[in-house]
Design a protein around this ligand. Sequence first.
Ligand SMILES: [Zn+2]
Length: 308
Amino acid sequence: MSTLLITHAACLDHDPGAYHPESPARLKAVLEGLSDSEFKDVERVAAPRAEDRHLTLCHPVSYVEAVMGTIPPAGRHALDGDTIVCPGSGEAALRAAGAVVAAVDAVMTGKAKNVFCAVRPPGHHAEAGQAMGFCIFNNVAIGALHARANHGLDRVAVIDFDVHHGNGTQHMFERDPNLFYASSHQWPLYPGTGAAEERGLGNIVNLPLRPYSGGEEFRRGFERVILPALDKFRPELVMISAGFDAHADDPLASLQLHEDDYAWVTSALLEVAETHAKGRLVSTLEGGYDLRALAASAAAHVRALKAA
Ligand SMILES: [Zn+2]
């Protein structure tokens, strides 16, 4: 068993516009970073489309139909202030969610030990009935609920180290004690949720970090707050919302992390997966907007996954 990379060329066809930070060039940079010979043993698999039965684990049918109905035959359409769709966006969104579903299948059937889904659009800001913050479907939450609905798991954890709080995932998880969501994020920052006091039923853990916190503060927060809570939850599957926009070079935030911080947190989460979840871990790309930092950080992340 090894590490799998699930991606799809259709995810490059979601193009929100020339000046939009969530660009196809991001995914190109990630895949280029993972094309080095050191990753030649990482098998690449094409993402299937998510089916309606997967999407509706998290989103009402009416939302899925409304979103797919707004995909324009040409030009662009805004789902919210910064979530823009073009003709290729529907297929990209279905493949992004489908990648995570396939990744869960792969770790649950023993085809892979862990998986990195290199996909876009990202998902963690997507609410049940509202596209938001570059996100259309909540890819990771869909995968988590798929693991429970179709693989018989009880407890699934999502850890989100994107620099922004994953409001959508938190809201989808906060009333279910067998789902766990922990997020480290810059505070204050978009979307404005994720205060330490937001605890759900005790299954939500927020680690707001001040601008310029840096790697030491980030690691201490994980060691003191997130990892102990996660250990206590005893997840049967560990999922990661892997945004790399907390990197020092990222233009959207200023948390000042570096590649070695991403390698560190990945290894720490792999350890939890090994202890409680037979090593099963599914990671999915969220944000990250400096192309060089994004590629290097994703490479550090997958290098750590591979070493598990
Ligand atoms: Zn982000």
